[in-house]
Design a protein around this ligand. Structure first.
Ligand code: G1P
Length: 276
C-alpha cells in the first residue's frame, strides 16, 4: 500500500564529532550493525521496499553499505563469516535503493522536498535513522501503516518527553481520538518548555501524503533559519488532517551520547541472551 520510504541522511552529525568527521553518522554501529541498517529493516518490515536516500557530501559509505562488496564477499565465501552478511544481503536482494542529493543544508523540510524526485505523487514513509525504534510486536512504521489504511492522512509518531526537553523536538497538541491517537491542531518546532503546549514530541517516523510537497515549496524558513517539516505539517493539519500516534515500543535517540549508549546496552543484553 505504501511502497516508498525516504531517509534524509544529508545532515553533518555534529553532535558526534569527531567520530562523524570522515564517516556518516548513520553508519555508526549499535553492536555490529549500522544505525541506517536498523532503519531500513524497519521500513522493509512494513513492506516499504523502495528505499530513497536524500544524501549529501561525505555520505558515500551509505551507498556502499547497500551494495555488494565483491572482493570482501569473495574473501569470506565458504567461511563462517559469511553469515554476518546475510542480513544486509537479504535487504539488498529485496529492496531497491535510490539516491538524490541535498545541495545545501536547509533543514528537514527541504530534505524531504528534495526527495520528491524519488517519491513522486504517492504517500510515503520518512525515517530519521538516528532515532532507533524497537516496536512492541511490530515495528513503528508497520503500526503507523495500519493507521494510515484507516485514516489516509499524514501521521507522525510521538512520545512523551520530559518538559525540559521540548526544545529538541517538534511538539504537537490536539484532540485525543483514543488512547494513542491525537488529531493534531497545533505543532511547534523546538519550543522552549514555557512555549510548549504539551510534552508530546515527534520522533523520527512519519507517513506523509504527497500534497506535503506543494506545502513545503512555499513554507518559509522557520526555527534556526531552516525549512521545517513541522511547519508544513501544521499547514496540512489546518487545511486537512494530520494524526499523531503514540507508538507501542521504545525509542533511543542515537544522535546523543546517552541514547547511543542506552541502545548499545539494550542490544548487548539481547545479544547476551542470544536474542540478536
Ligand atoms: C527533527 C525534527 C523534529 C523532530 C526530530 C525527531 O529534528 O525537526 O521536529 O522532533 O527530528 O528526532 P532534529 O533532531 O533533526 O533537529
Amino acid at each position: 500500500m505504501i511502497k516508498k520510504c525516504l531517509f534524509p541522511v544529508a545532515g553533518y552529525g555534529t553532535r558526534f564529532l569527531p567520530a562523524t568527521k570522515a564517516m556518516p553518522k548513520e553508519i555508526l554501529p549499535i553492536l555490529d550493525k549500522p544505525l541506517v541498517q536498523y532503519a531500513v529493516e524497519e521500513a522493509a518490515e512494513a513492506g516499504m521496499l523502495d528505499i530513497g536516500f536524500v544524501t549529501g557530501r561525505g555520505k558515500r559509505a551509505i551507498e556502499d553499505h547497500f551494495d555488494v562488496s565483491y572482493e570482501l564477499e569473495h574473501q569470506i565465501a565458504g567461511t563462517g563469516k559469511e553469515k554476518s552478511l546475510q542480513g544486509i544481503r537479504s535487504l539488498i536482494d529485496t529492496c531497491t535503493f535510490s539516491y538524490t542529493r541535498q545541495i545545501t543544508m536547509r533543514g528537514l523540510g527541504d530534505a524531504i522536498l528534495t526527495g520528491q524526485a524519488i517519491i513522486g505523487d504517492e504517500p510515503f514513509g520518512v525515517v530519521l535513522a538516528d532515532d532507533l525504534c524497537i516496536g512492541d510486536e511490530q515495528g513503528v512504521l508497520s503500526q503507523m501503516l495500519a493507521l494510515f489504511k484507516q485514516y489516509r492522512c499524514s501521521i507522525v509518531a510521538v512520545e512523551e518527553v520530559p518538559k525540559n526537553q521540548t526544545g529538541s523536538y517538534g511538539i504537537v497538541d490536539g484532540e485525543a481520538l483514543g488512547d494513542r491517537l491525537i488529531r493534531v491542531t497545533d505543532m511547534i518546532e523546538k519550543p522552549t518548555p514555557a512555549e510548549a503546549p504539551t510534552n508530546l514530541a515527534i520522533i523520527g517516523r512519519y507517513i506523509l501524503t504527497p500534497d506535503i510537497f506543494e506545502i513545503l515549496r512555499t513554507t518559509p524558513a522557520g526555527k534556526n533559519g531552516e525549512v521545517q517539516i513541522t511547519d508544513a505539517l501544521l499547514q496540512q493539519a489546518k487545511t486537512g488532517c494530520v494524526m499523531a500516534y503514540k507508538f507501542k515500543g521504545r525509542r533511543f535517540d542515537c544522535g546523543s551520547i546517552d541514547g547511543f549508549v542506552a541502545a548499545t546496552n539494550y542490544y548487548y543484553d539481547q545479544y547476551k541472551k542470544g536474542g540478536c
